[in-house]
Design a protein. Structure first.
Length: 317
C-alpha cells in the first residue's frame, strides 16, 4: 500500500502545480481616484461641475475599456439650453460654439510598440459638446480630444456617451457610459500603445442658451458613483464621491395649483365628469418632495368601474 501511495503522489503534485501555473494572471485597471465637485455647493445653483477619474494599471498592456458615471440624484444637466452639434460636424470637429457644454483634459502615457521603452506622459486638452440624443435618450454628449504635443499631434479622439435617467436606491440619477475607449493610435511614425491615466471633465454651469448644470435642492449628502472596466480583466473598479449642498433654506418655493371639474353637458348630479389637477412650479425654485390632491366629499370615484381597471405598480411607475 505504501508503494501505491508513493507512485501516485508525484503525479498529483505535478497536476496541482500545472493548475497553479495555468491560472490566468489578469492585468488590472484600478480606479484610484474619483471625484465630482461643483465650483460652488449652493443648493439649486448652476456652477461648473468637474468630474475626475484617475486610473492605475498593473502593467502597460491593459487599458480602460468602459468608463461609467452615475451622478447624484438632483445633479442634472439641461441639454435644451445648448445648441446641438450634428453627427457630421462632430466627426469633422467643427461643432458650433453654442453646442459646447464643457471641457476635457486627459493624461495619457504613450508607449512605442513593440520595444519596451519608457512611456511618454502627455496632457491632451479637448472639448465637450451637446449631441442630438438617439432614440430613448434624454441627452448625449461627445468628447473631442486634440493632442498638441508629439508624438500624438493630429491624432484626435472622438468619444460619445448617452445620458440616461435611471432609478436607484438613492433616487433617480443621471448615468453616462463612455464605452470601447481606444487602445492604440496610428501615430506619425509607428503605432503607439496608449494608456489613459486621468480624465477631468468640466461641465459648464451656463451654456449658450441658459443654465446647463444644476445642483440638487436637497442638503442631504450628494453621492456619485464612478466605475472603470478593463479590456483584459473581467473585474470592475468602483469608487464613490460625495459633496453636501448648502443654503437649501434660501431656495424659494411657491407652487401654484389649478383644477377643472366637469365639461359642457356634464355638470349635473350623478354625472361622471372629467377631473384634472395641475401643479405649477418654477424650475429655479426648490424641488417638490410630495404632493397630495384632496377631492371634495361630493366628488367620489365610481368603485365598480375602478374594480374593472387593473394597473400593476410596475406599469404605473
Amino acid at each position: 500500500m505504501l508503494g501505491r501511495v508513493k507512485r501516485y503522489a508525484v503525479p498529483l503534485a505535478v497536476c496541482v502545480a500545472c493548475a497553479l501555473v495555468a491560472a490566468p494572471a489578469w492585468a488590472t485597471v484600478e480606479l484610484t481616484e474619483f471625484s465630482v465637485q461643483p465650483a460652488n455647493p449652493r443648493a439649486g445653483g448652476h456652477p461648473d461641475v468637474t468630474i475626475v477619474q484617475r486610473m492605475g494599471y498593473s502593467d502597460r498592456n491593459d487599458d480602460v475599456r468602459d468608463s461609467f458615471v452615475r451622478l447624484a440624484p438632483g445633479l442634472l444637466g439641461n441639454p435644451q439650453n445648448a445648441a446641438f452639434c450634428g453627427p457630421q460636424d462632430f466627426a469633422a470637429d467643427r461643432c458650433p460654439a453654442g453646442s459646447q457644454v464643457g471641457s476635457v483634459s486627459a493624461k495619457v502615457t504613450a508607449f512605442a510598440l513593440p520595444a519596451p521603452l519608457p512611456g511618454t506622459n502627455l496632457t491632451v486638452p479637448g472639448a465637450v459638446y451637446n449631441l442630438p440624443p438617439e432614440a430613448g435618450e434624454p441627452a448625449r454628449v461627445g468628447l473631442v480630444l486634440r493632442p498638441t504635443t508629439a508624438p500624438l499631434v493630429g491624432e484626435k479622439v472622438f468619444l460619445e456617451a448617452p445620458a440616461v435617467l435611471r432609478p436607484g436606491l438613492d433616487g433617480i440619477g443621471l448615468e453616462s457610459l463612455f464605452a470601447e475607449q481606444p487602445r492604440t493610435t496610428s501615430a506619425l511614425i509607428s503605432a503607439l500603445n496608449t494608456q489613459i491615466t486621468e480624465v477631468a471633465l468640466t461641465f459648464r454651469g451656463q451654456a449658450g442658451r441658459g443654465p446647463f448644470m444644476r445642483l440638487p435642492t436637497s442638503c442631504a449628502e450628494a453621492v456619485s458613483v464612478g466605475r472603470a472596466s478593463s479590456y483584459d480583466s473581467p473585474a470592475v473598479s468602483q469608487r464613490t464621491s460625495a459633496f453636501t449642498p448648502t443654503d437649501c433654506g434660501a431656495l424659494p418655493f411657491s407652487p401654484r395649483t389649478s383644477g377643472v371639474v366637469g365639461a359642457p353637458g356634464m355638470t349635473r348630479a350623478g354625472d361622471s365628469p372629467p377631473v384634472s389637477a395641475t401643479l405649477h412650479f418654477d424650475p429655479e425654485e426648490a424641488a417638490l418632495r410630495r404632493a397630495e390632491v384632496v377631492l371634495p366629499p361630493t366628488l367620489q370615484p365610481n368603485q365598480p368601474a375602478l374594480a374593472r381597471i387593473t394597473c400593476s405598480r410596475e406599469l404605473a411607475n
